[in-house]
Design a protein around this ligand. Structure first.
Ligand code: GMT
Length: 381
């Protein structure tokens, strides 16, 4: 199959899922064309069956905002036509679903059909998509997609509740590649981070408000009072400055390390004793799954799709949003009980296996086949 993938080529979860999906499909012999404004980070070397088409919007003094959407639609038309794509798969509804619809209509006007699958990732529905600046276009372009997937049951439900959706939304979960994410011994790293055998707590995110990294620090503060420990904060984003300030205020700068964006996040997860995810909204929580694959139990909030990933009292603990006390108490309970902690480590790995890329990738392939064979798109012209 020849598949066009549109995504944000950044560190965000939707871009990671789209890139890993494309790489996995290419390994299975499909021809995959990435169409983005920058080369996704993990496509930096030659790989069989992978093609990359950069979208660059023309600069012109009139344009205060360069018309990226128009440039992307034109590029989609071009790539579908000349690379003879079978299907377009766009990740993150805004603006990709609407642009894919525009490209589809242009192609239809020339007698060429290409079905569009849209994958909803979370904030494209919850935080951004439901905003009235975007909502009408998001609803329209979801309804005009030939296939729609969501990364959790929770996100599918929320999409139905937020918009008047006419399509059936297929849930295909985020996935994990166990060749990359697994527990490995990195004792030299561990000594550098926790020289006296302290416990290691980890959080990774894009440091946006929705991630509530200040809660992570407050939880750690309470844990630190009871258990010798260190906190690693991996990633970067708009809240970083405030968070550094908070660490100074509570006097824990020597115990909390900001590591910035890390490519080999799995090497750090492999050292961790606990992963903390107190998000205000999380459609799935890919970062939690990555931790679980490395046998790290998760202390999280119970919002969105998190209960579908982290099983309360088994792979970690879930608490109400903002309940720092409960999250800290759960973390302390696990860190003080070696037997329980080891059991949770094993449970986390078992649960992560449900989301093995080898189980999830065939679901996308089957879904593409379904969309193509049903010619659902013919009704959408
Ligand atoms: O977490 C983010 O803000 C990044 C965002 C994205 O779209 O790039 O991640 C979302 O998509 C991931 C992959 O499907 C999910 O695992 C994350 O839970 C989801 N984030 C939120 O819903 C906040």
């Amino acid at each position: 199959m020849k598949i066009g993938i549109v995504c944000y080529p950044t560190y965000g979860g939707s871009g990671v899922v789209a890139t890993e999906l494309g790489l996995g499909l290419a390994r299975k012999g499909h021809q995959v064309h990435f169409i983005t404004y920058r080369q996704p980070a993990r496509l930096n070397s030659f790989q069989e069956n992978i093609y990359y088409h950069e979208v660059s919007s023309a600069d012109y003094p009139l344009f205060e905002y360069p018309p990226y959407d128009t440039a992307l639609a034109s590029k989609l038309v071009d790539v579908v036509k000349y690379e003879n794509l079978d299907i377009l798969h766009v990740h993150y509804a805004i603006p990709h679903a609407a642009i894919a619809y525009m490209a589809k209509k242009i192609l239809l006007s020339e007698g060429r059909y290409v079905p569009v699958v849209t994958t909803l990732h979370g904030t494209d529905i919850t935080l951004v998509g439901s905003h009235n600046a975007f909502a009408p276009v998001v609803a329209f372009s979801i309804n005009k997609s030939d296939g729609v997937t969501a990364v959790s049951q929770s996100l599918a439900k929320q999409t139905y509740e937020t918009f008047k959706i006419e399509n059936e939304i297929k849930v295909i979960y985020n996935f994990i590649d166990f060749d990359r994410f697994k527990k490995v011994d990195k004792d030299h790293f561990k000594k550098a981070i926790a020289p006296d055998g302290e416990r290691i707590l980890v959080h990774t995110s894009n440091f946006r408000k929705v991630k509530r990294v200040d809660d992570v620090i407050r939880i750690f503060q309470k844990v630190y009072e009871e258990v010798p420990s260190k906190l690693l904060l991996i990633g970067d984003g708009p809240e970083r400055h405030n968070l550094e300030q908070l660490c100074r205020e509570i006097g824990l700068c020597n115990e909390i390390r900001f590591l910035g964006k890390q490519d080999a996040v799995e090497e750090l997860l492999a050292l961790a004793d606990l992963f903390i995810m107190p998000s205000a909204s999380e459609s799935f929580g890919l970062a939690a799954l990555e931790a679980m694959a490395c046998e790290v139990p998760v202390i999280s909030s119970n919002v969105g799709g998190l209960p579908e990933v982290n099983i309360d009292g088994k792979t970690g603990y879930l608490s109400d949003l903002g309940d720092v006390e409960a999250m800290a108490a759960n973390a302390i309970r696990l860190l003080k009980d070696d037997e329980l902690h080891q059991q949770f480590r094993e449970n986390a790995l078992e649960q992560a296996k449900r989301f093995d890329i080898d189980n999830i990738l065939p679901q996308y392939e089957a879904y593409y086949e379904y969309i193509l064979s049903n010619k659902v798109y013919a009704d959408k012209s």
